[in-house]
Structures are given as structure tokens and as C-alpha cells.
Design a protein around this ligand. Structure first.
Ligand SMILES: C[S@@+](CC[C@H](N)C(=O)[O-])C[C@H]1O[C@@H](n2cnc3c(N)ncnc32)[C@H](O)[C@@H]1O
Length: 212
């Protein structure tokens, strides 16, 4: 399952109408995400792409007055920015809405550095998820172990994550690697499909979750 299929599945399941993407298509993968989303209203935010709002996510949220059913956070992959994007997205999310955050489950230290050091780059978005797991008891968070880790955030409640030892360097990749299952609330695609009420023959899945 890729991010498009995940987003389209959530849209179909909840009959969502309005989608916002922070960080739109890259030239390397033209039309990969934004154009493949099956939803009535689509808005994009990206300072480098001709999209609905050609500006940074910070500038967008500072002037925005609209709410969205589903927001895909895939802009600048740096801890503080990703955290701010998720916090801002929560402010403009409908009550039963969903945020999906991309690139939350890096498997190699080099790809998660805040300054790009390899051809594949996830950045340290995972730290934003850890912070939310420790601080926001008013949200639900889980991560689908697919397409580099797609984290789902919704309004609701969660048991906060508490590190075992206060002295641990919790924002180190070593710590993340050891505790990622609990930090991310990692689930398989099969578990996600079950959550969405999908069986392989489910017609809605076949019709609406197609992605490239
Ligand atoms: C990983 S790409 C997005 C890929 C796309 N969402 C997809 O699924 O294929 C990240 C995008 O974020 C944009 N970006 C960088 N800084 C940003 C910011 N401060 N606010 C919003 N978008 C930003 C970049 O221009 C780039 O197009």
C-alpha cells in the first residue's frame, strides 16, 4: 500500500470532501500524489510549485480560514517544521477529520538527518511524532508501516508515551530504533485495512483506493 492508497482509503471510508496537501508534487514524481487523490475539493500548499497556494505552510496557515476533512503533511521534512505543520493542521481539521504525515519511519540513521546526506531523505519528521505522543493526550496517533511510514493523526485521546528512563536521549535515532513500535504505534497494512473495514473483495477498496 502506498500513501495515495492510504489517503484514498481514508477518504472513501469517511466520505470526505475536502483535501489539503502541504508539500505538493515534486518534479521527480509529477502528479504522484495530488493528482491521484479521489476527492471533490483539493488544495495544495508549496512555495516551489504552481499550486493553489504558492507559499510556505507557515504563511498559508497564518492567513487560512478554511477547514479540511483530510490534510496530508509532506512539506519541509525537519522536526520543528513538521511539528508546527501538524499542530497547525489540527487547528483547521474538521472534528472527524484525519491528518496523514509522510516519512515517519526511517530505517537508516543517514536518511533521517535534518540536513540531507543521502539520495533518499526522510528528515527527522519522526521526532514530531514522538513529541506529539508525549504531549498531546487529545489526539489519536498510529503509523502504517508502509511507504516510509504514514502516520495518522485524529482528534480523540491517547495514553501519552513516557520514556522508561528520564536520562535516555529520546531524540536520538538509537532510541527511536529501539522503541519505534511504541513511539509510532506502528501497525501493518493488514491491521490498517482491518481498521478501515476492508476485505480484499471490498468494492469500495477496489474503486477508490487506486494509486500509482
Ligand atoms: C517530499 S515533497 C512532496 C511530495 C508529495 N507530497 C508526494 O507525495 O509526492 C516536499 C515538498 O515540500 C515543499 N516544501 C518545502 N518547504 C516547504 C514549506 N515550508 N511549506 C510547504 N511546502 C514546502 C517542497 O517544495 C517539495 O515540493
Amino acid at each position: 500500500m502506498n500513501r495515495i492508497q492510504i489517503i484514498n482509503t481514508i477518504i472513501a471510508k469517511n466520505n470526505y470532501k475536502k483535501y489539503l496537501e502541504i508539500g505538493v508534487n515534486t518534479p521527480a514524481q509529477p502528479g504522484f500524489s495530488h493528482n491521484s487523490i479521489n476527492v471533490e475539493i483539493k488544495h495544495g500548499v508549496d512555495p516551489n510549485v504552481d499550486t493553489t497556494f504558492k507559499m510556505t505552510s507557515d504563511d498559508f496557515f497564518a492567513q487560512n480560514t478554511e477547514t479540511y476533512d483530510i490534510i496530508f503533511v509532506d512539506g519541509l521534512h525537519i522536526f520543528e517544521q513538521a511539528h508546527r505543520d501538524i499542530e497547525n493542521a489540527l487547528k483547521f481539521l474538521t472534528d472527524k477529520g484525519t491528518i496523514v504525515v509522510h516519512d515517519c519511519n526511517p530505517t537508516r540513521e543517514i536518511t533521517q538527518r535534518p540536513i540531507r546526506a543521502s539520495s533518499v531523505w526522510h528528515g527527522d519528521v519522526w521526532k514530531a511524532i514522538l513529541k506529539l505522543r508525549m504531549e498531546r493526550s487529545d489526539i489519536i496517533i498510529y503509523t502504517i508501516n508502509a511507504d516510509e511510514g504514514c502516520t495518522v493523526v485524529q482528534k480523540g485521546s491517547q495514553d501519552l508515551y513516557h520514556p522508561e528512563n528520564a536520562s535516555d536521549e529520546i531524540y536520538s535515532f538509537k532510541y527511536f530504533k529501539k522503541h519505534k513500535k511504541e513511539i509510532l504505534n506502528l501497525i501493518s497494512t493488514k491491521e490498517f485495512e482491518k481498521k478501515m473495514g476492508i476485505t480484499p473483495t471490498n468494492i469500495f477498496y477496489t474503486l477508490f483506493s487506486r494509486g500509482r
